[in-house]
Ligand binder design. Structure first.
Ligand SMILES: Nc1nc2c(ncn2[C@@H]2O[C@H](COP(=O)(O)OP(=O)(O)OP(=O)(O)O)[C@@H](O)[C@H]2O)c(=O)[nH]1
Ligand SMILES: [Mg+2]
Length: 784
């Protein structure tokens, strides 16, 4: 029956896409009920295709549940059959195990076999079929049949049809073989495929194209219908392993009566959306969607990408785990892997996901504690932990939608209040404050924008469409409102309001004052006013004159609230009581009382000695202070320098005398020059001391002699000089010839600072510039 239904369904789709020639997977067995022997191949060594965390008996249980999910199938027997390394070999089991299976099937009177692997290869299907002579199903066949059985929307049906195409494509080669050409049902493929004339690949490609186009259109329509409801609502996607309680949770959170949780795998295939209010007052759309399953071919998941598309862009993802299931950890891995495979970004998984442990009321779920995640423990059945979950969702939604809590102080008569209530922004009742009401509302950026627009539109609505604003421009810059009103009075009766814009003096020559007149309507007196004052010369109190211009105001909008209602800024005049300002005023007064010195006075003062300078009462500005300090410092430095110089001079004189009077080193050490005797001297023997004293005496004697000789020599020299000078006066010598003689062409002597190479360089330069110039060579003998 199921296959007939599938066939009908696909034929319908095929027809709808204009390809009646292409049916899909086989409907040959659709008329019968099947008693199924479920076999789980347990991989003994190696990870195999199944999750390592899963227990074989749990996997077998899941396979049995999948089979029993279908109305025309019943699992009559089930067993675990070990496999050595993996399930990918042509013959999954060796002859011995196969024999056991045959016996088991016969004993159970099973009419079909379900091998619990993701998908069997065509050769495996063929081999097993030839051994057992009954249809062989895998997880893919069973899940696809389940989808077909329970799918209701167009979108889901299209996705199922799309998921079949890769399955058929992988079997085209096998179909072309002689053995299977006549029996395609062995591979669960329609007879028509084997009989297709032409390129089957091409036909499938076209069919896939059409399906994708239809699916795109269907997804667009459904997402548009959701958006049109309220695009600003946050989206909370509930995901999880199949049968984990997603539908139950959405029902509990939103109270949606249309939802019926079922103890059945893949009970939900189509995404449904349900709105609920969060504590912040914001609405959120909770989506209940298809559950995930381990060990499914990737293309089966990707075919459901359209259904799961909203998960990628959801503001918050709730990952529901059925912790009463011993395999909850492996199931969690499968869910995360599937989410990643459909393109949910890693950061979305960490930042926007809330992990929720469900079914805590059930036996076996009490002791589950997952230290790695901060999961919230709930029971959809009893309602435990629901408040915690709601609070967490509320918090996450606020962060994800960038909402802010804003405080609004509104006049009790404000029409905006009604708008706030109407749009359900008011969650907590307002607090009264005089004539105002204070509201705390949570709004997203776009809602704040909407609110502002609303406020401004409300104020604009107050204007009467008949009112006209007239501007009297180019009034003299020092003109006051009083002056201008005096000059133009009496005002026409139709003028209901005026406001004056003083000139902005920063514009200097282009500074003009303006008077705006609000006429209640377009009237004759307005025209009269224009005739009177357009081109009229106004004069202000300072004698400035200007020719005025009367024109309709460019901006015909009016103030956002009535001018008399504009509250005075509470900060006006606050400076007069400000302590800092008052202190500053006092200081300023004090400074004003000190006479300010002229520059001349200040320079004169600088030249005064410091003690006198301090006596002069004056205002010492920072600059004057700086100069004074600099001057004092300079003077002090000069004095210190002078002292050092004097000291050095005195030291030098003393040293010259010391040198002249200096005894030998040994003697000086012995004499100690009046200082305390050396420690060694104390220990000298008397003989040694005598000896030293003798040496000392001798040296003194010698020095005295030397001094005497020096003095005598000097005397003699002075005498000779005096005599020589007397002779010279009598017979002056002719000046020495050679000293005065100039030697042209000779290179100048190198200055003591110049090295030989420097001198040579100079010589060469000279030679180059003056060829006659003699060049001093390195080995030249000095000139005689
Ligand atoms: N004891 C218990 N049962 C629960 C709880 N939550 C859900 N269930 C049951 O679990 C079964 C599956 O619930 P659903 O809400 O349909 O699960 P689902 O995740 O939507 O399943 P699919 O749509 O098939 O993927 C139903 O029989 C529920 O009554 C719970 O907290 N405690
Ligand atoms: Mg469900």
């Amino acid at each position: 029956m199921i296959f007939r239904r599938i066939s009908q369904l696909i034929s319908f789709r095929s027809f709808s896409i204009g390809r009646p020639d292409v049916a899909t997977t086989s409907s040959k067995f659709a008329n019968e009920r099947w008693s199924v022997l479920v076999v789980h191949p347990k991989v003994r060594w190696g990870s195999g295709s199944a999750s390592v965390l899963k227990q074989a008996d749990r996997q077998l249980e899941e396979a049995v549940a999948l089979v029993n999910n279908l109305p025309n199938m019943i699992a009559v027997d089930s067993l675990i059959m070990p496999v050595d390394y993996n399930t990918k070999r042509k013959s999954i089991w060796a002859a011995g195990n196969l024999e056991k299976l045959v016996t088991r099937r016969e004993a159970a009177r099973a009419t079909a076999l379900m091998i619990n692997v993701d998908v069997l290869s065509p050769s495996q299907q063929e081999k097993l079929f030839r051994i057992f002579e009954v249809p062989i199903f895998d997880r893919y066949n069973i899940v696809l049949s389940t989808f077909k059985e329970f799918a209701q929307t167009d979108e889901a049906q299209l996705q199922i049809a799309l998921a079949e195409i890769p399955y058929i494509k992988h079997r085209i080669h096998a179909l072309s073989s002689k053995r299977l050409h006549s029996r395609p049902e062995i591979l669960h493929i329609e007879q028509q495929y084997a009989e297709v004339e032409g390129d089957l690949n091409e036909i499938l490609r076209k069919k896939e194209q059409d399906l994708r186009r239809d699916l795109k259109e269907s997804t667009r329509k459904s997402s548009e219908s959701i958006k049109s409801k309220n695009s600003s609502d946050a989206v909370v996607a509930v995901v999880g392993y199949t049968n984990s309680g997603k539908t139950s949770l959405v029902k509990r959170l939103t109270g949606a009566s249309s939802l019926t949780p079922k103890n059945q795998l893949f009970a939900t295939l189509d995404t449904t959306r349900h709105v609920a209010k969060l504590p912040s007052g914001r609405s959120a759309v909770f989506t209940d969607t298809i559950g995930f399953l381990s060990d499914l071919p990737m293309h089966l998941i990707t075919a459901f990408e359209a259904t799961l598309a909203h998960v990628k862009s959801a503001d918050v993802i709730i990952h529901l785990r059925d912790v009463s299931n011993p395999d909850w950890k492996a199931q969690e891995e499968d869910v995360v892997a599937t989410l990643k495979s459909i393109g949910v970004a890693e950061n979305v998984l960490t930042e926007r996901m809330i992990t929720v442990d469900n079914k805590i009321d059930k036996e076996g779920a009490e002791n589950i504690a997952d230290a790695t995640t901060k999961s919230i423990r709930i029971s959809c059945k009893t309602g435990d932990g629901m408040q915690d979950l709601i609070d967490r969702i509320n918090q996450k939604v606020t962060i994800a939608t960038k909402c802010k809590t804003i405080r609004l102080r509104l006049d009790v008569r404000s029409p905006v209040i009604e708008w706030l209530y109407h749009n359900e922004f008011v969650v907590v009742e307002p607090v009264a404050d005089g004539n105002n009401l204070i509201f705390d509302v949570v709004m997203s950026e776009s809602e704040i924008g909407r609110f502002r627009k609303k406020m401004s539109s409300r104020s604009e609505k107050r204007e009467s469409p008949d009112q006209v604003k007239v501007a009297l421009r180019r009034l003299p810059k020092y003109m006051t409102e009083k002056e201008v009103l005096e000059q133009i009075s009496p005002l026409p009766e139709e003028v209901i309001d005026t406001y004056f814009l003083p000139a902005n003096l920063a514009f200097d020559h282009a500074a003009y004052a303006t008077l705006i007149l609000l006429f209640s309507e377009y009237c004759d007196s307005m025209m009269d006013f224009e005739r009177r004052f357009d081109g009229y010369i106004f004069v202000d109190s300072r004698g400035n004159d200007s020719t005025a211009v009367v024109e309709a105001s460019v901006n015909q909008n009016f103030a956002k609230c009535d001018r008399p209602r504009i509250k005075e800024d509470s900060r006006v005049g606050a400076i007069l009581t400000d302590t800092y300002y008052l202190e500053f005023c006092k200081k300023l007064e004090k400074e004003k009382s000190i006479p300010i010195m002229t520059l001349e006075q200040q320079i004169r003062k600088l030249n005064q000695p410091e003690d006198i300078r301090t006596q002069i009462d004056h205002l010492e500005t920072p600059l004057v202070k700086y100069f004074l300090e600099k001057e004092t410092g300079r003077r002090r430095e000069g004095e210190a320098r002078k002292q050092r110089r004097d000291f050095r001079k005195a030291e030098k004189q003393k040293n010259v005398l010391d040198v002249l009077m200096k005894p030998t080193v040994a003697a000086s050490t012995a004499s100690t020059s009046g200082g305390p005797p050396r420690k060694e001297n104390k220990e000298m023997t008397d003989r040694e001391r005598e000896k030293l004293e003798k040496i000392e005496a001798k040296k003194k004697e010698r020095n005295a002699l030397r001094k005497q000789r020096f003095l005598e020599d000097r005397k003699k020299k002075q005498q000779e000089e005096r005599e020589g000078r007397g002779d010279a006066a009598e017979n002056p010598k002719p000046p020495r010839e050679h000293k005065k003689k100039e030697r042209p062409g000779r290179a100048p002597r190198p200055s003591p600072a110049k090295t030989l190479s420097e001198q040579q360089g100079e010589d060469w330069i000279k030679k180059l510039t003056d060829p006659k110039a003699a060049i001093k060579k390195k080995h030249d003998s000095p000139p005689k």
